[in-house]
Design a binder for this molecule. Sequence first.
Ligand code: F0G
Length: 455
Amino acid sequence: PKTMIEPFRIKSVEPIRMTTRAEREALLAEARLNVFRLRARDVLLDFLTDSGTGAMSAHQWAAMMEGDESYAGAESFFRFEAAVRDLTGYAHVIPTHQGRAAERILFSVAARPGDLVPSNTHFDTTRANLEVAGAEPLDLVIREGLEPRTPHPFKGNIDLERVEALLRTRGDRVPFGMITVTNNSGGGQPVSLENLRAYRALLARHGKPLILDACRFAENAMFVKLREPGQGERAVKEIAREMFSLADGCTMSAKKDALVNIGGFLALRDDRWVEPARNLLILTEGFPTYGGLAGRDLDALAVGLEEILHEDYLRYRLRTAEYMGEKLRQGGVAIVEPTGGHAVYLDARDFLPHLGPADYPAWALVDALYLAGGIRGVEVGSVMFGKRLEDGTETYHPMELVRLAFPRRVYTQSHFDYAAEVVCELKREAASVRGVRFAKQSRYLRHFTAEFEWA
Ligand code: F0G
């Protein structure tokens, strides 16, 4: 049979609830046209994020009962540390409550005001944490990575020529290089091993370490297996290990490819930043053997890191996004192609050609999807990545995307069929979708809290 089924069965269920269009109109108005401000119970299919929203396995729940809640030296920590070391090969493993805590700690000890930090595309929290440390994040993804419909197997690759130019002209200001696997903000697109190797070699020639933003490492490794010449016969775990071996450390949001609802870590190969990082951890997160997590969280994480590399799961995972992508394209909806690992990204400029940049088309499309079918997506466009300057003018992002991100092991094929139907029906009445204007915004990460009005 050709049908790719969900490679699990369901042991515990959670009801979801449909609302009427009139109810959603009122709820969205109350939320100031910002779906982050909705109550989750008022959402039917929640594609806001794949972060911390996954379903844990029976094995993970069982491991949680083994959690050792000792303050110092808990067994849970050693199981967690062993799992991270086995995968990454990094000696120093520092647990944090989630990815951004690992970022903040690393940047506090390793970046200084005026530093420049290249990546393919920094995720919004990474960008903001670098900015708070006084450093400037640089997004140097290959040109194809910014062109929604240009085909390329590894649209997450970093542009090595631009990295080289940066290192040659302003290398003294670069403390380390980063790369996000998969490239979330650029469409969940993978980075090839070949690109990683070359990036590492380039950084090494200039004496700079490489840090992976590793939160979707397993999806990236599966793409490598499926798409990169010569990789098809390797175990995904071997590919993942090679990815980590090419870097000097990683920040990790375990809420993605470690299949847990909360957790993260910073892991480092050598000891250069370890001591100040641990001291900062103690100050703000917790003792180094729990780092803001419960012992049971560390156990669930250790099991998740192993489960995520099951290849039948990863095949189904990547197929989910591909399947949604096929249905949307058949309905005339433009998306980022090829589909990425954890989400599909709708091209809002194409969807709403009557709206200009100042109408925030991707934000408007998120609102319209909620009104049309109770689906919650997220804007990845000029609200997330633009800025209000001192003079009151706004900057805009090169792409206006709506991300429908898929929680791991949560929704079934009929949920995806429904979602595709809602998006395709909305496309047919797209001309009626109005733009939005800011009513209120904050300085950092404004998308989470901003208020809007219809234009
Ligand atoms: N790096 C990437 C590439 C991410 O996608 C995220 C989170 C983080 C770092 C930060 O991790 O949330 O655990 O602090 N991304 C989520 C998302 C929020 O919806 O894409 P965190």
